[in-house]
Ligand binder design. Sequence first.
Ligand code: BDR
Ligand code: CA
Length: 309
Amino acid sequence: PTPVIIDCDPGHDDVFALWLAAGNPAIDLLGVTTVGGNGRLEHTTHNARVALTVAGVEGVPVAAGADKPLRRELTPATWIHGDNALGGPELPTPTVPLDERGAIKLIADLLESAAEPVTLIPTGPLTNIATLLEQRPGLGAKIAEIIWMGGSTGRGNVGAYPEFNAWVDPEAADLVVRSGLPLTMVGLNISHQALITSEVIESIAAIGNETSAFGVELLRFFCGTYDAVESMPEGPLHDPITVAIAINRAVATIQRSHIDVETTGEFTSGATAVDLHDMLGKEPNADIAITLDVPLFWQLIREAVAALR
Ligand code: BDR
Ligand code: CA
């Protein structure tokens, strides 16, 4: 199996990314780290532990990282994820412990001790990953690739162009994009193909275990806020597309392109400028996920949820 570390800000869709990684046999989930994003760090860290507890996942260390972006204040996405970043279900007291090493030390330890290079999957702002690359540049050789949910080739969701994860910490995104490490960008352009239809919700409910029941409550809340905020009653389940790509790259079509992250634009701060048509003639620095195999994606989600508690 592919060794993976997920750096996340749960967040409804982050929870499904954790479950997909924990429930699919092609992935070896080495560790989970958290970042301030959808909610404040205390909430996202609590929620990551809740997600693993609900699914019965044991032995995967969870450590907390940055509570705010590198050079900005944090604006949590309460309008989509609620005040605790995981609105909807009643949250059980997590039994999964908190690893006191902190995110950067945990990731560094896991990379150092791994027998082969590890895939990093950030599904939130890139603050922790940027900090790791700055503090421990020598560990780049132990990173197989970074598969990030963030950015967009077109529309944004916190402005005309910026996507939330890139917009929260554009300086971190800029640093990661320019790191030279193999990078796949899973942006809004593909994540808006993973729509949570009523058929999807019914098929997950039909699995009939504790994880599916909790998941259905998450999906209903999430679709409710997407309906209220974006008039999208079928909300997009962004984050687990990253893990699906780590499981089976055929789940998405990919185009290699050059990306720049806008850090100063008056109207576009936090936007990813993705040069899909090679206007700039610059060396490509990322694989851009373009088209999702929607049935395969939901099949992977269902199989993982069914394999959990
Ligand atoms: C991203 O922002 C968060 O709200 C989601 O968890 C996802 O990672 C989508 O823009
Ligand atoms: Ca997220």
